[in-house]
Design a protein around this ligand. Structure first.
Ligand code: ADP
Ligand code: ADP
Length: 542
């Protein structure tokens, strides 16, 4: 026995070697006999942004429902009558005492942004203005609309918005409310880096200027770092138990998380650390070209949007990262390559088989995951496929589920597997990080890289998570211009030049964490920010 339970550990899957301090206490909540248990709760603070970093299925929503007063926690005594007075007694003398007293007295109000913004059109009929006006409680709506650039879509039906637009509408709707406590479940999916930084600043402003408590779950580590004052790491066994640690400084929390070892808890959460290279990888110049494409142009309608692509070479076996703001022509370029669109000028007849994972994954037939994947590849179930695809993408546990019942992260992993399993000359993945937690991003990254190396495959990845692009790409293709008006795409460049071009457009610089070499966004106009801009070193600063 591990010390928590008198008889047998209910979580067979887990071998608890070092019993963390948190697990020696009663849980905050247990859903029932042998059901999920949550240990520890996050502690929101007035005027602060509190981050939570951890996998899906670890109890983050459960914790929020408790803090919002929606779920009365049972302190693990699921068969007894436990009320808020008992909970208050259990948390007396802790950071949460006052907060829990307020919840007990019904004095806490909460605004919450849901994780899956794609589902908003199912629950709301009307246009953006109608949705936002319902939430305009602080009189801050105009400013939010302006800073999130929602002006052009105010009169559009919610049904017609893109994922990135829905995400920004959902953030505006949440921050426009007048409550004590704001809970945001992932702010970055479908947003480009500029939009991510803007959303982070809006959340910080609300905490600092209005003294509100913000609690944010986020898997984009660069943005989490920029956004949060303190960080709770959540770990455990998804579906079985979750532990929310005491708050850490953001820097330590992220560093410990990446290193795979939580210092105070004396807990290993991953066998290997996640490491960043300080210097850009040398371009793999020895590989043969897969394809050379000429300069291309494409415009829509009467030139409402036009794209110019500088010709370039895609090499065999490389992973080519593609970065740039939303609405700049990245998907248009992908469609030119796949032959789904004809260019106005230039010949893009590449004669390539391309396997494409679109940004918005819409596989939702009534079909089981295993049936779907085995219809794509006859490698399905082979030991190679299991090791290289199913395992790193954590598909085993969901093989028997219906596609229609999958969560956003599960659907994303199935779509990545489907894309890589197809036999093709070129694999093109549009935003594979969306809805994946950090662990899954790292595993998907290494699955994609290994696949490229072992199958002699060439992969192009469009993504806005700088950490993922850094870990994944050999070279970079940068799009810039004026979103929705005109875009320009550079040929593939080495990582250092590509990152410099890309970040110079955004005016964002990164420094290196002293301990882990992890890239961190510099404060605008800080000494380092100015120095690096002057040196033209935006990312791989010496
Ligand atoms: P997260 O927000 O970190 O993804 P959740 O708090 O939603 O995690 O869920 C944690 C675990 O608790 C999951 O395994 C989920 O199935 C389980 N769970 C959530 N709600 C209930 C409930 N009402 N009854 C039983 N189990 C539940
Ligand atoms: P990205 O992938 O970089 O977000 P896209 O290539 O999807 O950008 O779109 C670039 C611009 O072209 C956007 O303003 C978009 O609204 C517009 N656009 C995309 N497809 C069409 C189309 N079929 N007809 C007219 N405009 C389009």
């Amino acid at each position: 026995t591990c010390g928590i339970c008198v008889e047998k550990c209910p979580f067979d899957a887990i071998e608890i070697i070092n019993l963390p301090k948190e697990l020696q206490n009663d849980p905050a909540h247990r859903y029932g006999e042998n059901a999920f248990s949550l240990y520890g709760l996050p502690a929101p603070q007035d005027g602060q942004v509190t981050g939570i970093l951890g996998p899906n299925g670890i109890g983050k929503t459960t914790a929020i429902r408790i803090l919002a007063g929606e779920l009365e926690p049972n302190l693990g005594r699921h068969d007894e009558d436990v009320d808020w007075d008992d909970v208050l007694e259990a948390y007396r003398g802790t950071e949460l005492q006052d907060y829990i007293a307020a919840v007990r007295d019904g004095d806490v109000t909460v605004a919450r942004k849901p994780q899956y913004v794609d589902q908003i059109p199912n629950t709301f009929d009307g246009n953006t203005r109608e949705l936002l006006e319902q939430t305009n409680e602080r009189g801050a709506l105009d400013e939010l609309v302006e800073r999130l650039s929602l002006g052009p879509v105010m009169d559009q039906s919610i049904d017609d918005l893109s994922g990135g637009e829905l995400q920004r509408v959902a953030i505006a709707a949440t921050l426009a409310r007048d409550t004590d406590f704001y809970f945001l479940d992932e702010i970055t999916p479908y947003l480009d880096i500029g939009q991510r930084v803007t959303a982070a600043r809006l959340i910080r402003d609300l905490a600092e200027k209005e003294d509100r408590s913000m609690l944010v779950i986020e898997h984009d580590l660069a943005i989490l770092d920029l956004l949060a004052d303190t960080l709770h790491v959540a770990y455990g066994e998804p579906g079985a138990y979750g532990v929310i640690t005491a708050p850490k400084s953001v820097r330590n929390g992220i560093n410990e998380y990446l290193s795979g070892y939580l210092d105070n808890e004396n807990m290993r959460i991953r066998p290997d650390p996640i490491e960043f290279e300080e210097h850009a990888p040398r371009a793999a110049s020895h590989t043969e070209p897969l394809v050379e494409y000429p300069d291309l142009t494409k415009s829509y309608g009467d030139g409402e949007f036009s794209l110019e692509v500088e010709g370039g070479t895609i090499r065999q076996n490389e992973v080519l990262g593609i970065v740039g703001p939303n609405g700049i022509g990245k998907s248009t370029f992908a469609k030119l390559l796949t032959g789904n669109l004809e260019p106005d000028e230039g010949d893009a007849d590449l004669d390539l088989d391309i396997s494409y994972k679109p940004q918005y994954v819409t596989i939702d037939q009534h079909m089981r995951v295993d049936a779907f994947l085995s219809s794509i590849t006859d490698q399905f179930g082979s030991s190679y496929w299991n090791t290289e695809i199913a395992q790193p993408l954590q598909l085993e546990r969901i093989m028997e589920q219906n596609l229609a019942d999958l969560s956003g992260g599960e659907r994303q992993r199935v779509a990545i597997a489907a894309c890589l399993s197809d036999s093709a000359d070129l694999y093109l993945l549009d935003e594979p990080s969306a809805h994946l937690d950090v662990e899954q991003r790292v595993q998907a990254t290494s699955a994609i890289r290994r696949y490229a190396e072992q199958q002699d495959a060439t992969v192009m990845v469009i993504d806005h998570d700088t950490y993922m692009i850094d870990l994944l790409a050999d070279r970079l293709m940068v799009f810039d211009g004026e979103p929705a008006e005109h875009g320009r795409a550079s040929g593939p460049q080495p990582m250092r030049e590509g990152m410099n071009d890309f970040l110079a457009n955004l005016e964002v610089t990164f420094r290196r964490d002293e301990r882990t070499s992890r890239p961190r966004i510099n404060k605008p106009d800080s000494q380092l920010d100015k120095q690096q801009k002057a040196d033209g070193e935006y990312y791989y600063a010496p």
